[in-house]
Design a binder for this molecule. Sequence first.
Ligand SMILES: Nc1ncnc2c1ncn2[C@@H]1O[C@H](COP(=O)(O)OP(=O)(O)OP(=O)(O)O)[C@@H](O)[C@H]1O
Ligand SMILES: [Mg+2]
Length: 215
Amino acid sequence: MFTLKNVQFKDVLNVEELTIEANKITCIVGESGSGKTTFLKLLNHLINYESGLIEYKSTDLKELDTVELRREVILLPQVPVIFPGTVRENLLIGLQFSKKEPPQDQQLLEEMHRMNLFKRLDDNTDTFSGGEKQRLALARVLLMDPEVLLLDEPTSALDDNTVDIVLGHVIDYIRENQKTLVMVTHSRQLAQMMGEKIITLDNGLVTGVEEVALR
Ligand SMILES: Nc1ncnc2c1ncn2[C@@H]1O[C@H](COP(=O)(O)OP(=O)(O)OP(=O)(O)O)[C@@H](O)[C@H]1O
Ligand SMILES: [Mg+2]
């Protein structure tokens, strides 16, 4: 799905050669400041690399229309963006961008419930906790049904039990719909549990690529 060759971004990241396969769960691990977020941002062209080549479906990323690319490859940022307003508005806002038909309320509720979030669609998001915001933002990107999901520490604010529920749902969704997931996590344990490929970053360099047999 993605291939990278000699990709250099400032003195932050330098990737000699790397492939991210379609229909796979790839986890990116590494210490704080190792370049994980930078790596994800490169994949949907949120930042520009100075040299090297990134291909998405065999086409140079720089030749692709950025808006089109970001309809297929959606990044959930490390700090989720929640807009002032209701739950419903926050769930639908991504879909307006992706030009897809708005789902019925029932669908919105079901997606929220699968994220272990039990709020009303008319509730205001002002008072949501960090973990609730994280789950609402995750529900929003899953409703957009992208081909590739780039998740940046999507469960960092959640307790262990909620992490299991939320990631269990994300994994099922990816497998059942033949999607591609690239997930950043600081937890090697989590990466070992769910990743089919684990990429380790250290100080802006790829120091490990591990293939894990399907469980
Ligand atoms: N646009 C930029 N220009 C210059 N330096 C940057 C830029 N973006 C990030 N950096 C630096 O690059 C390094 C890697 O940042 P990045 O956000 O990718 O780390 P990370 O692995 O995601 O860390 P964390 O686990 O804390 O989120 C940091 O030292 C950061 O300050
Ligand atoms: Mg980060």
